[in-house]
Design a protein around this ligand. Structure first.
Ligand code: ATP
Ligand code: MG
Length: 251
């Protein structure tokens, strides 16, 4: 294994807590040093998926993006599940019982573990790490995570409470990380949302970041797994993610 210099785009996670979730057939690579098991995830990008609003679609968008990056773009991805319910990690464990190969690894962790995980080394492999954040802002553990982000994706819906939480999340993020690109994904958009409301909200959010095409409210989104995105929603997912990919990812 080739451990080289640390750069903002190449990070390594040091861990001895998460190994049950890691599989040696895939990145990250695992080795032993002074009795500690160390998992090395070489990354070229850390992407946070966050919003203070519960149920905004953080975990769903994390899964959709992980599937998109691994299946449509053939990128190596690791998902760090920091959601309290660890809904992705649970789906991952269930899916593993049924399938043979995993398109990406899901590691369950909490915010407090992040600084320890972030000790930087790197290998030649480029990883994209997606972090599904918990829906809260009152934890100092968020600071290190926000500081480390290369891109932040914030799913939201057009109702009033979601908008307020989205603005609050954005303001806190900006206080900690002024420069990180922020992308808003309108989610659970219903046909009856007033056109003026959408235009108004999009205009406000466009002052803080980039707003993608919308993901409609459809039951198929509830069937997204760590293995697949239902075909029926692929067009809208591609519409939202292709623009993000073109703008913020390097081949
Ligand atoms: N576009 C959509 N259409 C229909 N259902 C959706 C859509 N997006 C998400 N959902 C459903 O809404 C619920 C909440 O979504 P999700 O768990 O992704 O939100 P979250 O932000 O991660 O929530 P939490 O704050 O609890 O972690 C889930 O049951 C999910 O399947
Ligand atoms: Mg969640």
């Amino acid at each position: 294994m080739n451990i080289v210099r640390a750069t903002p785009f190449s990070r390594t996670f040091l861990t001895n807590n998460y190994l049950p979730s890691l599989k040696s057939s895939q990145s990250p690579s695992i080795f032993r040093k002074r009795g500690l098991l160390i998992a090395v995830i070489a990354t070229n990008m850390i992407i946070l998926i966050g919003n203070q609003k519960g149920g905004a679609g953080k975990s769903t968008v994390t899964l959709l993006l992980a599937n998109y990056l691994t299946q449509a773009k053939m990128k190596p991805v690791t998902v760090i599940d920091m959601d309290y319910q660890q809904s992705i990690a649970q789906k991952y464990e269930r899916a593993k019982l049924l399938e043979n190969t995993e398109p990406y690894t899901v590691v369950a962790a909490s915010l407090e573990h992040f600084p320890g995980m972030k000790n930087i080394m790197c290998t030649d492999d480029a990883q994209i790490v997606l972090i599904d954040l918990p829906g809260k802002l009152d934890d100092d553990g968020l600071i290190a995570v926000f500081e480390s982000a290369d891109l932040v994706i914030c799913p939201f819906s057009y109702d009033e409470f979601s908008f307020e939480s989205t603005i609050l999340f954005s303001v806190v993020l900006r206080k900690i990380n002024e420069k990180v690109p922020l992308v808003y994904v309108p989610n659970r958009v219903k046909a009856n949302v007033k056109y003026e409301t959408r235009v108004d909200v999009d205009e406000q959010l466009a002052k803080l970041g980039y707003v993608t095409g919308a993901l409609p409210d459809r039951v198929d989104f509830q069937r997204v797994s760590t293995f697949q995105t239902p075909l029926a929603i692929l067009p809208v997912v591609l519409n939202a993610f292709d623009t993000i990919y073109k703008q913020y990812f390097h081949e």
